[in-house]
Design a protein around this ligand. Sequence first.
Ligand code: GLC
Length: 521
Amino acid sequence: MEWWQEGVLYQIYPRSFRDTNGDGVGDLRGIIEGLDHLEWLGVDGVWVNPIHPSPNDDWGYDVSAYKDVHPELGTMEDFEELIDDAARRGIRILLDLVPNHTSSAHPWFVDALSGRDAKHRDWYVWSDPKPDGSPPNNWLSMFGGSAWEFDEPSGQYYLHNFLDSQADLDWWNEEVREAIDDVLRFWFDKGVAGFRIDVANSVIKDRDLRDNPPTTDDDHLEIQRIGQRPMYSMNRPEVHEILRRWRKVAREADPPRMLVGETYVLDLGVLASYYGTGDELDLAFNFPMFFTALDGEAMKTTVEQTFDHLSEDSWPVWTGSNHDGLRFPSRWCDGDERKIRIALMMLLTLRGTPFLYYGDEIGMTNVDITREQLKDPVGIRFFPENPGRDPGRTPMQWSADDGAGFTKPDVSPWLPLGDHRSVNVADQRSDGGSILNFTRDLIHLRRRSEDLRSGEQSSIASPTGTFVYRRGVSTVVVLNMTDAPNSFDVDGEVLVTSTGRALEAGPLELDPFEGAIVTQS
Ligand code: GLC
C-alpha cells in the first residue's frame, strides 16, 4: 500500500487557513503554524490550493508564474520551511497544478497577444471568427457566456473555458506539454509529494472545435446547468495520453510522487477511465459521490457502483467538501451535528482515501455572504441565484476570540468569519465529546486498523435508509442515516459510536442518525 492509500488527506485553501502577518489573508507561515493541529489530528498529507503569483481573478487559479510563490502568501523560503517542517511530522505536501489555462497576465499569454507570429501564440487555442464575425463555435464558459474572447488587434478569438482572463493552453502543442513537465519537475525537486491537478480530464479540446450538442432531460442536473453537453470542449479521448505522460514524470521522480485529479464527470464509468490501466491518475475525485445525498440507499448505490466501475488496482477517493462545491456539514447535513458525525464516520471508513477540507473536522458550515462581501467571480456574476463559492471558503475557525484565531483581533479578514464563537478548534479540543475529538478518534482508529486502511468492502443487508458494510476480516460499519431508531442484526464489540454512547451489539440498537463501528472476533 502507498502512503496516500492508507492515509488521510486534508485540503487547505491557503488564503483562509491562518493569517500570520495581519493582512487578513492566510499565508504559508499560517500553514506552518497549523501543522501542530494537523499532526495532532493525524493527517498524512495536505493538498494546498494554488500558491503561485496570480492577479487573483479566480483566486490563484489564474496563474501568472508557475515556479514562484504569491508574495501575499509568503516566499519560496517559507514554502521550503513548510515542506521540511511537515516532513518532520510525517506530513506530505501536495500542490495544485493548473495546466488547463494560464492567467492572461502570464508572460506566455502576454507574448501570444503580441501578434500571430509570436513565439507563444500557438501555446493557446486561437481561431478565426465565423464569416459573420461571431465566435468560432458554440462552446460556453463554465463561468457563463461564450468561451471565446475576441482579440481585436489580431482579428482572432482565443478560448477560455473559465474566465476570459484564464486563457486555455493548447495541449495539442508539444511545447506546452514540455513546459508543464518542467513545472512538475521543479516542484518535485523542492520536495512536494505530488499534485492535485485542476481540470485534469479536460485540458485538451477537440482539434476541429466542433459545436457542443444541447443537453437533454437525461443529462445530470449539473450538466443541464451549464446549458450544453461539453462533449467536444471537455473529456476528450486524447487526454489519456497526457495523463500517462504526467504519471510517467511523477513516477520517474525519486521517490515517486502521486497525482490526484479534479475529474469533474458525473458518470462513474468515465471517472474510472482516468485511472487508465494503473498508468494514469493515482486518484480521481469522485463527483458522483460528492453530489449524492446523505441517504443510506443513495450512498450505498453510489459507493457500490464506484467499486463496480473501478478496476482492481484503482483506488477510490471520498470527499464531501471542497473549495468549489461548498461544505458537507451544510450540503449533506443542514448543520445537524448528528448527520455531520455520520458523514465523517462514513468518509473515514469507506475503502479508499478520504480527503477532509479544512474545517470539516469541527463541522464548519457554509457562511452567508452578502453581495458586498463577495470575492468569487462566480458569485459576483450570478448572485443572488447562485452565491458562488465564497460561503465554503471562509476563514478557519481556530478560536472564539475576535479574529477567530485566524487573524489579529482588529483585522478584518478577506472573507467574513462564520459562527466561530460556537464552532472552533480551541473549544472543541478541550471537549472530549466534540466533533473534533470524534474525528481524531476515527482517524486514529483507522491508523490502527488494517481492516479500515486496506480491507475489502462489502455491503450487508440492512433496513431501508441505512448503510452497513464490512471492512476487511472483522470490522463492520453501521450507519443509521434515518430519523428513526433502527435495529441491526450485527454482533461483536462496539468500538465507537457517533454519539459517544456506549453500546452493545447483537442486536445493535441505533438512535436516529447514529453510527457505530463494530469489531467481530
Ligand atoms: C477548478 C478549480 C476551481 C477553478 C476552476 C478554474 O474547477 O477547482 O476553483 O475556478 O478550476 O481553474
